[in-house]
Design a protein around this ligand. Structure first.
Ligand code: THU
Length: 125
């Protein structure tokens, strides 16, 4: 997962922020999907790396996320933004694990539900 996220991190298209993010998702069937952030000259059209990886997972037919590994830029933790917490939650369980990394390795491990308490998701509808 780290190798795939690292490649996604390297290939991120970030001419505006200069902040690269690479993500690798492991589905419940142990398939791996990766994604980069893809920025745009019309800034709001930019896409987070998590959204890219989720899009790839859904396109392949997988529906449940077991683990997510995120590589951000530096020593600061690159936690998923609010929108991406919600995007990940849609396809996660209470056991879904997030590995926060930089290019040198793992910085912190936590669960998605810790990042999104009292969340609104498919079960609320
Ligand atoms: N970014 C992500 O790709 N994922 C996140 O969860 C946080 C932010 C990207 C968006 C933008 O291209 C850059 O990081 C700076 O915000």
């Amino acid at each position: 997962m780290f190798k795939m996220a690292n490649l996604a991190h390297k290939n991120a298209y970030v001419p505006y922020s200069g902040f690269k993010v690479g993500v690798c998702i492991r589905s419940d069937n142990d398939k791996l999907f990766f994604g980069s952030n893809v920025e745009n000259a019309a800034y709001p059209q930019s896409q987070c790396a998590e959204a890219s990886a989720i899009g790839s997972m859904i396109t392949s037919g997988e529906r449940k996320i077991k683990e997510v590994l995120i590589i951000g830029g530096n020593e600061e933790l690159c936690t998923p933004c609010g929108g991406c917490r919600q995007r990940l939650y849609e396809f996660s369980s209470n056991h879904t694990v997030i590995y926060l990394c930089n290019s040198n390795g793992l910085l912190k491990t936590l669960k998605l539900i810790d990042l999104l308490p009292f969340s609104f998701g498919p079960g609320n509808l």
